[in-house]
Design a protein around this ligand. Structure first.
Ligand code: SAM
Length: 188
């Protein structure tokens, strides 16, 4: 069983998750023209993808957790949105998209250089939100499935060296301590 399957049902109950997704969406919206087909990878229950859907032509979500995908699709149907999710790994996608977005999934991807190259084949523009380098205490219930304790800017510069990059801090998650969140825009 995927570690996220058991979390899907109550994923949206945590206000700090909803707040973070709102910040991500708010920072992406000014870059949209309304005609885009967007891929949200590691879409989860759609906190980002479903909130972008009213501003674009279509949103496709993908996630390796089938329960997350189920929740995304239930919410999308209920809200009558132009968004559909599929149970898939980002490395299995081969369709082209106008924009690829992803929030809080990068630290669950082992090989970021491979991801960077994969994204080059899928799109011209990417928005990635994730944790700034942390000390391993963000995931209080253990670090299973976590390959990176956040990222520093230099490290991102290196991983995504084939892209032009814009980096900004857009949010801070307040838990036992403060965890800043970056938004990295990549374009060709
Ligand atoms: C921390 S959650 C974030 C969910 C959502 N983006 C949000 O902000 O609420 C990370 C999600 O990434 C998914 N995931 C992890 N590795 C993945 C991969 N290689 N391809 C697609 N999804 C992946 C997990 O199943 C999980 O639902």
């Amino acid at each position: 069983m995927n570690i996220f399957d058991s979390k899907a049902l109550t994923w949206d109950d945590l206000p700090r998750r909803v707040e973070l997704a709102k910040s991500v969406v708010k920072n992406i919206i000014p870059h949209l023209n309304g005609n885009e087909k967007i891929l949200d990878f590691g879409c989860g229950t759609g906190l980002v993808g479903l909130n972008l859907a009213p501003f674009v032509k279509e949103v496709i979500g993908i996630d390796t957790s089938k329960e997350m995908v189920k929740k995304f699709n239930e919410k999308s149907k209920k809200l009558n949105l132009n968004a559909k999710a599929f149970c898939k790994d980002i490395f299995e996608v081969d369709e082209k998209f106008d924009i690829v977005v992803s929030s809080m999934t990068l630290h669950h991807i082992k090989d970021i250089e491979k991801l960077s190259k994969k994204l080059l084949n899928l799109t011209h523009k990417v928005f990635l939100a994730d944790l700034v380098k942390e000390d391993g205490t963000f995931h209080t219930k253990g670090n299973e499935g976590v390959f990176h304790f956040g990222f520093d800017k230099k490290e991102l510069n290196h991983y995504f060296k084939d892209w032009k990059q814009e980096y900004k801090i857009i949010h801070t998650i307040k838990k036992n301590k403060k965890f800043p969140i970056f938004l990295l825009m990549l374009y060709k």
